[in-house]
Every structure is written in structure tokens, then in C-alpha cells.
Design a protein around this ligand. Structure first.
Ligand code: URA
Length: 434
């Protein structure tokens, strides 16, 4: 059939026509293509790449595989997307901050992909939260609350929903055309006025090296321009923690502390300011960065951003007092203990991919290893690069649901996730969202 011929062409490294790409996406959407065939296709793209014309055609075809939203609201419709990070809770503080500044944020977000965390998984650690409302509930929530953060539904870009799951299961994630089309197709379907992309690079990102991040950036910008989507890509370093927690409910607690002003990690605040100000300017809500920073500061310090978050959680089925009483709903894991370095010295670096993989191992269900269900697990109190540690100063605390898990993952963490050097240490500069 046509689909087999198209896959075969890609396997030979040949370019596909727009018509072939439309046929392909149709077969993926109506399920006439099997999971195995889709996996073969994504493998062939990982191996041979795609031209910019093919990537554009793939993005457009995917965006048309489901419904496209249209909005009639009293403010601009904006969104942010990350190319995937570890301990990256940014969407959860950014959306309420923007909503408090007068923007509307219909955020369709992903589950954990490979070693990276998923915003939907973090939200699902909140009892009662419905991350898959109907399309009309989602639209109503955006209209009434100013924001909604939900999982991808079968109505919006179903082709990506299917491909995303298959890419995750077949390790075919790190491909520029597949990432560009996956992200932009969803954003086109959201009907946005402006988009900012937090393009992660470094050992915890899919783009491990800066030049790959630049390639991804130009891929995104090229397609976005062709489809007339206002977008800015900011590059940020994912080779060290953004803040100090990795884990679904641990990050929700951090979001609440951040929004309510109890604790704001400076790196996380800087990233939020860069991403939010880009959108406030691009959407016309602020004339320049100075005004945008003032608006962000007011949104946070007045408590309005925290209120927005609380309203959305309640609107989508979560507890009405989550922000005031997080500990009543987000319980501790069974085993929480500090992990110490094997020797004294300074933390000279992190392997964030290994850290993400370790946290995924802690969080997956033992009976169904593809499902993330142990939301209370992860690591907390991670320290900045350069911090002196010794047998009295732990590297972090590890949260597990059994002693066996704790022992296995603590060993892995000491050996593969955090490097401690006794030699001289020079701090390197890590740009945040530039
Ligand atoms: N985020 C997405 O939505 N898709 C990708 O392929 C990678 C990150």
C-alpha cells in the first residue's frame, strides 16, 4: 500500500513530497498504519533527517490531523513550550504569571518523554486534577480562569499523540524534524498570537550540544515563519538543575512555594522572567523588557499569579485549598533519606540525563513500567554546582517508595548523576534563557 512505499522511500534516505506526507499523517491518524510501521518511519527520519520543505509539510499535516482552536477573548493568546528538561516546572509558574498579566494561556502539554519530565505527570500528582477535560471544558477554563494546562487530547493533533508515544517507546526522540513538527503542530492548533520556546541544551536535554540546539532553533524559526506564527526561541542550559527538586509532587510543592513567595530559586526566577517578558512583548502587552519585568514582579508579589494557579487547579477538579494546604494533599514518599558523596570536595557537575532516568525509575509503576504512578518519589535539596560537600553535607535527599528502590537509586546517583571533585574548581558561566 501507499504507506509502505512512503516508509520505504524514507528508509532509502529520499525526500517525501507534501502529498506523501499528508497520506502518511492520515494513515497515522485513522490508525490504518500500525505502531510497527510508525516506528519504522520515525527510525528512518532519525537516521536520514528531513529537508526543511518536508518538515514544514509534516508540521502542517500534523496540525490539521485534528481540531484547530479559535478564540474570542479580551487579551492575547500565548503559550510557552519546552523542548524537554529535568526538574523543569517552568510551565506551571509561567502560565499563571502570564494570566495574571492579562494574557490567556491554553497550554497543551506532554507527559514524560524519555528521561525528561512531563508537566501532565506533575499535575496528575494532585488528587482529583483532571488533565484530560473535554475540549469545551478546556476552552471554558481558558476563558474564565485565563489559563488551562492539560494533556493532549484526541481532538487536537491526534497524529502527534500517537507518534509521541511510539517515539518514547522506541527511543526515536532526538530528531530535529520530529521535534520541530511535534511542537509546532500543537501550537498551530492552539490558535496562538505568540509563542516562546524554552530550547534546552546540555546533558539533560535532547540537544546535548549547543550547535544541535542552534540547529533546532533555526528549524523552529524557519517553520514558524512559513506558517506565520510569532515565535521566539530562548536557549537555556539543562546540564545542571534549574532549581533543587526533581519529581512530580516535589515540583508541585516547589511551584506553590515559588508562586506564594515562600521560596524562589534565583535561576528559576531568571528563566521565568526571560520567558514571560518575551511573550508579554511579542503579544503587545508590554512595550519593552523593563515594563514586562515590572508586570511580572507585580503578578508574583500581589499574589495574583498564585491565585490564578489555585483557580485553575480547582476548576479542573483539584482541591480548592491546595495552595494554602499543599501538605494535606501532596504526601511524602515512604523512604526519604539524604545521600552523601563518596568523598569530600566540590560538586563539579551534574549528568542531568542520568538524574532524569533515575527519577523515572523511582516513579514508574512496578507492574506496568511504562506508567508513571509513584508521584511522591524523586530528589530534593539538590545543590548548586560549586558547592562544597562532605560526609556531613548531603548531596541531596532521595525520596523512594521502598528501601530496595532507595538503595539501588542512591548508588546510581552517587556513581552517575553528580560529580564531586577534590581538585580546584572554576565556575563556568551558564546562560539562562538567552
Ligand atoms: N516536546 C514535544 O512536544 N515534542 C517533542 O518531540 C519534544 C518535546
Amino acid at each position: 500500500n501507499d504507506f509502505v512505499t512512503i516508509i520505504d522511500r524514507k528508509k532509502q534516505g529520499l525526500a517525501l513530497s507534501s502529498k506523501q506526507i499528508v497520506l502518511l499523517i492520515r494513515a497515522i491518524t485513522d490508525c490504518s498504519a500500525s505502531d510497527q510501521q510508525i516506528a519504522t518511519f520515525t527510525q528512518a527520519v532519525c537516521q536520514h533527517g528531513m529537508t526543511s520543505t518536508e518538515t514544514l509539510a509534516l508540521t502542517v499535516a500534523m496540525s490539521q490531523s485534528g481540531e484547530n482552536l479559535k478564540w474570542k477573548l479580551n487579551g492575547p493568546v500565548v503559550d510557552k513550550h519546552s523542548t524537554g528538561g529535568v526538574g523543569d516546572f517552568m510551565s506551571l509558574v509561567l502560565a499563571p504569571t502570564l494570566a495574571a498579566c492579562g494574557a490567556y494561556v491554553p497550554m497543551i502539554t506532554g507527559r514524560s518523554l524519555g528521561h525528561t519530565g512531563g508537566t501532565v505527570d506533575k499535575l496528575e500528582s494532585i488528587p482529583g486534577y483532571n488533565s484530560s477535560p473535554s475540549l469545551s471544558q478546556f476552552q471554558q477554563c481558558v476563558k474564565e480562569v485565563g489559563m488551562a494546562i492539560v494533556a493532549q487530547s484526541s481532538n487536537i493533533v491526534p497524529a502527534d499523540k500517537r507518534m509521541y508515544a511510539i517515539r518514547d517507546a522506541t527511543s526515536t526522540i532526538s530528531s530535529v524534524p520530529l521535534i520541530v513538527s511535534s511542537i509546532l503542530s500543537k501550537k498551530v492548533a492552539e490558535g496562538l498570537d505568540a509563542l516562546v520556546i524554552d530550547l534546552k541544551w546540555g546533558n539533560g536535554a535532547f540537544a546535548r550540544h549547543y550547535d544541535v540546539a542552534l540547529e533546532l532553533k533555526s528549524g523552529i524559526v524557519e517553520v514558524a515563519q512559513a506558517i506565520d506564527l510569532k515565535v521566539e526561541c530562548l536557549l537555556s542550559d539543562m546540564s545542571m538543575p534549574i532549581s533543587c527538586n526533581v519529581g512530580n509532587s516535589l515540583e508541585i510543592i516547589e511551584v506553590i512555594e515559588f508562586l506564594s513567595g515562600q521560596k524562589r530559586h534565583p535561576q528559576a526566577l531568571m528563566l521565568l522572567e526571560n520567558l514571560a517578558s518575551s511573550l508579554l512583548i511579542k503579544s503587545g502587552l508590554a512595550v519593552d523588557k523593563q515594563q514586562a519585568l515590572g508586570m511580572i514582579d507585580t503578578a508574583l508579589s500581589s499574589g495574583r499569579a498564585a491565585e490564578q494557579f489555585a483557580k485553575m487547579i480547582h476548576y479542573l477538579g483539584g482541591p480548592s485549598d491546595l495552595v494554602s494546604r499543599p501538605n494535606a494533599y501532596l504526601k511524602d514518599a515512604k523512604v526519604i533519606k539524604p545521600v552523601f558523596a563518596k568523598r569530600s570536595g566540590r560538586i563539579s557537575g551534574y549528568n542531568m540525563k542520568h538524574l532524569g532516568e533515575m527519577c523515572r525509575q523511582l516513579s514508574i509503576s512496578k507492574n506496568k513500567p511504562t506508567t508513571i504512578s509513584r508521584h511522591r518519589t524523586g530528589v530534593s535539596l539538590l545543590l548548586p554546582v560549586g558547592t562544597q560537600v562532605d560526609i556531613c553535607v548531603p548531596l541531596c535527599h532521595l525520596h523512594a517508595e521502598s528501601h530496595e528502590d532507595w538503595d539501588t537509586q542512591a548508588r546510581f546517583l552517587q556513581q552517575h548523576c553528580i560529580t564531586v571533585d577534590s581538585g580546584e574548581f572554576t565556575q563556568t558561566h551558564h546562560p539562562i534563557g538567552q
